[in-house]
Each structure stands twice: as structure tokens, then as C-alpha cells.
Design a binder for this molecule. Structure first.
Ligand code: KIV
Ligand code: ZN
Length: 432
């Protein structure tokens, strides 16, 4: 027997999601400044937090979890700075997280005093291992913990009538919790909050640790979506992590299964292997013809800001943004891309071999698309010499020169730039 658990699917006679497609974007919520930040080697100081906040606003996030104000003075002060310096645009709602503990909840509302609108996010763990080993609480006690703190939210919020409050609840480790039990806890919370279709609350379902295949999580989301009380008064949110490397698939299937909202981080920063990469999901939608409502048209600038704020590099092969993802070294790929570019006209449907997205849509240029190393062929060499130096080589000369290039690269093992190729060409044909 394996020491790892099996996760049987939830059997539904009339399952709908496998046929579904994503036809509209979810409500996006960035958790870069909270879940992302808490996973950093060096958490952001106030200046880096502000830079990240402004970047998130620029991209178009309308809901931004800005921190955990009761967790540290920096987090508290950052929240105060956003409010006191009027940094929150009118169409953006900030969100803050708190554990289900009275002193922390009181401190959280203090941090929010004077904010025009906010989402206050309550969480407590619900999974059996947490109940048994960490919290030492029965099921009834967990329900009461969530219910009584939901009530405390109501009571304290009443002291701040000038703020438009939205409440959010997360059963932490939802994906490891018995479905009927998580429903019991959530229903107890919404019975206190009494949301209406005109004033919804948010119920957020995390894969705090990703243990199972994405379809199983989607089964859970679909079940919860169908069985929760007051569903029409709830924004159903999901919060995938990426422990199995399947955060994106989890998010996409969860949207097909009935979720309305997604929480994640830019380029998948976050605890352990990260939170869901919102850029990935948004641009997957984009390449399927659904505009995500987020603007990644200057993706290199966004990457530079995120690398600065997180003090972590983005991998050169990271989908959509990595330095190498619009580059082909192999000769046959280069040849196909070159031909497709020649045939492509402005306004045509994007149907390019080896390029799932037009790099220009993300502010990337075609220059990096074709690069030459020992895997490349004459087509790539000819393309670089023509595009960079206006040199059109006849076919026989292409073949001849590519042999010289190959010799050079076999000797060095290195990539050759357009300038290197031009120098070699001059040397080979004694043009200097
Ligand atoms: O991953 C998680 O469960 C969380 C909760 C606090 C929402 O970050
Ligand atoms: Zn999380």
C-alpha cells in the first residue's frame, strides 16, 4: 500500500463541467501583497509594497489583498498609508486577511478605519488533520469558531458605518475537508452574514496544499456550488496553490465547475511552489478569444517590477513572459516561423506555427524570435542577416555560409548574434 492517500472523485449523475468552456473572465483578486509576500525570503518593505500595489492597479485588478494588518507593524502601517494618503482608486477595493481570533480581528478593523470600502477576509482551518493535530477541536467547535467570529465581524463593522464592507470567508484546506462538513461551516457563516443578491459575501475555496488532480477539485467546487445555501448571494471564489504544478489547470476547471472569482499572484509567486499564476490563466483565456480584462501589453515592465518587489527572478521559460518563450533555435521551427511571418497580414487570424500568442500583444518584439546556435539552420541565419543587415543571400550562398557558421559554433558551442554572423560573413568573404 502507498503511504499517500487516494482521492476518489465525487460522483455526480449529471455532471456538467467537462463540456464547459470559459466564456467570460472571473472576478480577479491579486494576493501578491499577502500570500505572495508572506512566502518571500525578504518580505516587501512599504516602498516595495506600494510599487507592487500601483503595478496591480495599472494591470487592472479591482480587488487586491493588500496584507494581513494584524500580523506585523509593516502590514498595519501599509494599510494606514494607503488610506491616509488616498492611494486607493475609486474603482479598486482593498482586501485584508485575518485569522478567526478576536484580538486579531479587532486590530484588523482598526487598520481599516476610514477606508471607503474593503473586503475583510476571515479564515480558519477545517480539514481533519488540522482539527485533530493542530487545533484540537471537534467539528462542532470548528463550526462555532467560524460562526462566532463571523458575528464579531458584523458587530465591529457596525461601529464603522462610513465604510462599505464586504465579508469573505475561507475554510482553509477546503480541498482536504469533507464536503458536507465544509458546507456546514460555510452555511453557518452565511447564516450570520445574511448576504443578499444585492449585497453579496465572498466564499473562497482554497487548495491550501494541492494534493489531487484538478478534476477532483473541480468536482468539489461543483458540488459546493450546487449545494450551498444562499448561493445567489455568494460570490464563489477559488484560491489554488501549485504543489503538484497544476494550479492553472485547477483554476480553469474550477471556473468551468461554477466558480466566479479567482485569487492568485503574478507569475505564480506564493507559498512553497506558489499561488495560482493569474497571468497564465488570464493569457490562456486571451489566446482563446476571451479578453481577461487585465492588461499585460507591457509584460516585460511588469516582470521587472515583480522581480524587483519580490527579489526573485522569473524563469526564462515561464509561460508568456520568460526571456526565451518567443525564441526558436531549431532550424525547422525557424524555417516554419519565417514562412508564416511572410504569409501573415495585419488583421489575419493568428495562426503561427510554434507561437501560441503574438509577442507584440505583450509588448515583445519579433527580434528575439529567431536566434542562432548549433541547432539552427540556414533559414535562421539568412533571416537574421536580412532583418538586421538587409543582406539577402541567394540560396546557394545560404547553404555555403551556413557550413561556415556551423563550424564556428561546433568549435565554440555558443549562440551567434546577428552581429557575430555579420562579422563572420565579412571574414569568410573578405569584405573587411
Ligand atoms: O492557501 C490558503 O488556504 C490561504 C487562506 C488564508 C485563504 O491562503
Ligand atoms: Zn494561500
Amino acid at each position: 500500500a502507498s503511504k499517500y492517500r487516494a482521492f476518489p472523485p465525487v460522483r455526480l449523475a449529471d455532471r456538467t463541467w467537462p463540456d464547459a468552456v470559459i466564456s467570460q473572465p472571473p472576478v480577479w483578486c491579486s494576493v501578491d501583497l499577502r500570500d505572495g509576500n508572506q512566502a518571500l525570503i525578504e518580505p516587501m518593505d512599504i516602498a516595495r509594497k506600494m510599487r507592487m500595489f500601483e503595478q496591480l492597479v495599472d494591470i487592472g485588478f479591482k480587488e487586491i489583498e493588500v496584507g494581513f494588518p494584524s500580523a506585523s507593524q509593516v502590514e498595519f502601517d501599509f494599510m494606514r498609508k494607503l488610506i491616509e494618503e488616498n492611494r486607493i482608486p475609486d474603482d479598486v477595493t482593498v482586501q485584508v486577511l485575518t485569522q478567526a481570533r478576536e484580538p486579531l480581528i479587532r486590530r484588523t478593523f482598526e487598520a481599516l478605519a476610514g477606508v471607503p470600502r474593503a473586503i475583510v477576509h476571515l479564515y480558519n482551518a477545517t480539514a481533519p488533520v488540522m482539527r485533530r493535530v493542530v487545533l484540537n477541536m471537534s467539528e462542532d467547535e470548528i463550526v462555532e469558531l467560524a460562526r462566532s467570529n463571523a458575528q464579531l465581524f458584523q458587530d465591529i463593522a457596525a461601529d464603522y458605518p462610513g465604510t462599505e464592507w464586504t465579508f469573505q470567508y475561507s475554510p482553509e484546506m477546503y480541498s482536504d475537508t469533507e464536503l458536507a462538513f465544509s458546507k456546514r461551516v460555510i452555511d453557518a457563516v452565511t447564516a450570520v452574514w445574511q448576504p443578499t443578491p444585492g449585497k453579496k459575501c465572498i466564499i473562497n475555496l482554497p487548495t491550501t496544499v494541492e494534493h489531487s488532480t484538478p478534476n477532483l477539485f473541480a468536482d468539489m467546487v461543483e458540488w459546493t456550488h450546487r449545494h450551498l445555501e444562499r448561493r445567489d448571494s455568494i460570490v464563489l471564489s477559488v484560491h489554488p496553490h501549485n504543489d503538484r504544478g497544476t494550479g492553472t489547470a485547477t483554476a480553469e476547471l474550477a471556473l468551468m465547475a461554477g466558480a466566479d472569482r479567482l485569487e492568485g499572484c503574478l507569475f505564480g509567486n506564493g507559498e512553497r511552489t506558489g499561488n495560482l499564476d493569474v497571468v497564465n490563466v488570464a493569457l490562456n483565456m486571451y489566446t482563446q478569444g476571451v479578453h481577461p480584462g487585465l492588461d499585460f501589453s507591457r509584460i516585460d515592465d511588469i516582470r521587472a517590477t515583480v522581480e524587483h518587489c519580490n527579489q526573485l527572478p522569473v524563469h526564462p521559460r515561464h509561460p508568456y513572459v520568460g526571456e526565451l518563450v518567443y525564441t526558436s533555435f531549431s532550424g525547422s521551427h525557424q524555417d516554419a516561423i519565417k514562412k508564416a511571418f511572410a504569409a501573415h497580414k495585419e488583421g489575419d487570424v493568428w495562426d503561427m506555427p510554434y507561437l501560441p500568442i503574438d509577442p507584440k500583444d505583450l509588448g515583445r518584439s519579433y527580434e528575439a524570435v529567431i536566434r542562432v546556435n548549433s541547432q539552427s539552420g540556414k533559414g535562421g541565419i539568412a533571416y537574421l542577416l536580412e532583418s538586421e543587415y538587409g543582406l539577402q543571400l541567394p540560396r546557394r550562398l545560404q547553404i555555403e555560409f551556413s557550413q561556415a557558421v556551423q563550424r564556428e559554433m561546433d568549435a565554440s558551442g555558443k549562440e551567434l548574434t546577428a552581429q557575430d554572423l555579420w562579422s563572420l560573413f565579412q571574414k569568410e568573404y573578405r569584405l573587411d
